[in-house]
Design a binder for this molecule. Structure first.
Ligand code: MLT
Length: 408
């Protein structure tokens, strides 16, 4: 736990009530005064303002142990008991200097907010002041921080967990970040960043404006919000199409590539017609009809027979996708450029990974794609279809860890 500078505060008469002791509300002011003073003695009182953020108190709890009186000098110690991505918790204790009596203890949970009140990652300089990230009080068990960020007219939900080499997980269609839930939980030595693309999961769904370039620019906004310059980008299927676009538009953002169950070719004329048919089905019959249509080909035969809970999870994920998001993604995929010419130009470490029973991006197609990317690695996951990360999570996580450990 990091300790901020200890500060002595004198109790002033105007802070005391009719009974002559420090008023209960004034205790909070004393603790606040000590926090400001410790900033003044350390990085400066303007440390938050110059980083463009503000610490908003979300919760304050206080214990009153004994009375304090005008002229008493209270020694206030401040400890950082938790530091997350956007939040931190301080524990403060006030003891009277003359007799070492514990007078009061308080715990305050802060969230870093930007100028319009949105939770925002703790900036580098303040993170250094607060000390290393913890899993202690104030963190949600097992879960990461969920940010909501603004990007091109949409609000995107972004889950961020852990510290280390950043890995950006980009989901496929019509899914959301929960398709990576096993990898988000288990790749403990990496900073896992998983957005819901616009129109999916907990992100908002604008009526129009969906395109591969828009999705790719959204990913840049996600990296910015996570305080990350470059990341290993791991895209599945449509997430792979978006990743190709990210490589074209923002190549310096990509440190390494993991292409899962995806392909580089654009849609054939027949596939384009099928996109329009599926969009019409979504509009007339809703997401449940889309789930019914897609489910048979999405998962391996072994998953359909032996893992009904995975089938149900995928169904629910599709059913909660908005119709606007489904239609927007279908149009974006229909109109996406062909990325085959990009493959030989890829110069970052690349892993191509797919389900051995993927009926949408077949192993043969993925192997050919890997062969066109200089120095890439190719692997298949047995008994997995198009959603290998959910169907065979351990095998996928092991492959990812093996690859990521070569990058450190
Ligand atoms: C996906 O999983 O993202 C889709 O299968 C992609 C596609 O339909 O081309």
């Amino acid at each position: 736990m990091t300790a901020l500078p200890t500060v002595d505060c004198t109790v002033y008469p105007y802070e005391c009530d009719a009974f002559g002791h420090l008023n209960e509300a004034a205790f909070l002011a004393v603790f606040e005064r000590a926090r400001w003073e410790s900033l003044a003695r350390g990085p400066g009182m303007d440390v938050f303002r110059r980083s463009g953020v503000w610490p908003a108190v979300r919760k304050a709890t206080i214990d009153y142990r004994a009375g304090a009186y005008p002229g008493d000098v209270l020694r206030v110690e401040t400890l950082v008991t938790h530091r997350g991505t956007t939040s931190f918790t301080l524990k403060q204790a006030a003891t009277r200097v003359r007799d070492s009596a514990l007078i009061s203890e308080a715990e305050l949970v802060f969230v870093c907010i930007d100028s319009i009140g949105r939770a925002t990652p703790i900036p580098e300089e303040i993170a250094r002041l607060l000390g290393p990230r913890t899993g202690g009080a104030g963190s949600r068990a097992g879960a990461g921080d969920l940010l909501r960020i603004e990007a091109g007219g949409a609000e995107l939900a972004v889950e961020i967990r852990g510290e280390g080499l950043p890995v950006l997980f980009v989901h496929g269609f019509p899914f959301d970040r929960s398709m990576w839930k096993h990898q988000l939980a288990t790749l403990a030595h990496y900073k896992r960043i998983a957005p819901d693309l616009r129109g999916a999961g907990a992100s908002t769904a604008p009526d129009d404006g969906y395109s591969m370039s828009r999705y790719a620019d959204d990913l840049v906004a996600v990296l910015e919000a996570a305080g990350v310059e470059r990341a290993v980008v791991c895209g599945l299927s449509m997430g792979g199409y978006v990743t190709f676009e990210l490589l074209r538009r923002h190549p310096r953002r990509v440190q390494a590539l993991i292409l899962c169950d995806t392909k580089a070719e654009a849609d054939s004329p027949q596939a384009r017609r099928e996109r329009d048919e599926l969009a019409a089905l979504a509009q007339s019959a809703g997401a449940a009809a889309v789930a019914e249509r897609l489910l048979p080909a999405l998962l391996a035969p072994a998953t359909h027979t032996a893992q009904p809970e995975v089938v149900q999870q995928v169904r629910e994920m599709i059913e909660r996708t908005s119709v606007a998001g489904i239609v927007g993604a279908l149009h974006a995929m229909r109109d996406r450029p062909d990325s085959t010419a990009l493959l030989p130009q890829i110069r970052v470490p690349t892993l191509v990974l797919g389900g051995a029973d993927d009926a949408i991006a077949s192993p043969a197609v993925m192997q050919a794609m890997a062969a066109a990317i200089p120095g890439s690695h190719f692997a298949t996951i047995p008994s997995a279809g198009h959603l290998a990360p959910l169907e065979q999570p351990l095998a996928v996580s092991r492959r990812l860890t093996d690859f990521l450990s070569t990058l450190a």
